[in-house]
Design a protein around this ligand. Sequence first.
Ligand code: ADP
Ligand code: MG
Ligand code: MG
Ligand code: MG
Length: 395
Amino acid sequence: MTIATKKQYESLTEQRAILYAEGLNFFSEDAKLACREIGDGNLNYVFHITDSKSGKGIIIKQALPYAKVVGESWPLTLKRAAIEANALKKHGEFAAGLVPKVYATDEELAITVMEDLSHLTIVRKGLIQLESYPKLASDIGVYLAKTLFHTSDFALHPFEKKRLVSEFSNPELCKITEDLIFTDPFFDHETNDFEPSIRANVEAIWSNESLKLEVAKLKKSFLTEAEALLHGDLHTGSIFASETETKVIDPEFAFYGPIGFDIGLFLANLIVQTISRDGEQQLVILHHIEQTWEVFSSEFSELWKNKAIESYKDTKGFEEYVLDKIFTDALGFAGCELIRRTIGLAHVNDLDGIADDEKRILTKKQALQIGEALILKRKEIKSIKAVVWLLEELY
Ligand code: ADP
Ligand code: MG
Ligand code: MG
Ligand code: MG
């Protein structure tokens, strides 16, 4: 008989987070630690521990065993903490410097101890305040190309690829995406949340059968196409930046899915930002949109040329086919993200924060209109320039 010595899960308090940090061998013996819980979500605690003597800090992120959604709690697997830590490490192998360093993990307590990025700003907040991030689009383009290419069948032996697919099986978190991005917004579902003044536009979406058919195809792609290890939640609230640095955080939704998904989510979040702006300020974000795709596709091609192992890699037309599919998928996923951020459960401040009622309603209607156009016309839109033209037509 063995005596069970397994630690039991319990959620930390600020005081206990300090004790936990003291056990990590990160701070020196005479450190003077302080802790603040700075999480903003309903799923996880984020403890910021600082040492006033050395000025050093760490982040302890702990998953909670339930999620608060629609005023109710439902159980949500703690396994997502390990998924997040392992995705940060795996993506960090290929996109070093673009994700936080992981210092320690603790599966029982669902904890990830990571690099303190408090000197940076969450990009969604920064963009809303018209901060400029000259490296954002190219850094994210590189991050996307490196993480997605290197975890795909184009770079990995099929045994290793399939091992990773099973390591990153993340059904409960995927289900949230399946419901909140691909299903609920397109039906009169109780999780939806929209302003009464756009009801007619929302009902037009619910009764648009050709749109719903295209969304069903996109959902099937999300469900079935294990192309690469995705971040899974790459909106601008999952990115820290300054003028000189970019770091992608929070990959708890990581799993093997279609490459276009991460790209589409990021582009959609740039699109909501551009339509919320006026005049010259819009051009900055339109440029980010173009640059993200241009950098992604040229980096991806470079990796294809130099690193691909896939036996069809030199087959004429195949690389072009792969990139075209990624682009088309990305536009469709971007469309779903635009619609769900406007009428679904989880909103964004880029839209909700527009104080002027008339301007906010108009902008939300534009988000729906662009979302619909991207989904329906994704196969006809042949270049990122054409996406920019589509956006410019609205102004
Ligand atoms: P959730 O999964 O609950 O959304 P996030 O990982 O997005 O959690 O973190 C929530 C917030 O905590 C972030 O918006 C940021 O303000 C803060 N945070 C998270 N990770 C770090 C970090 N490595 N350094 C500094 N602050 C962080
Ligand atoms: Mg959050
Ligand atoms: Mg987050
Ligand atoms: Mg998260």
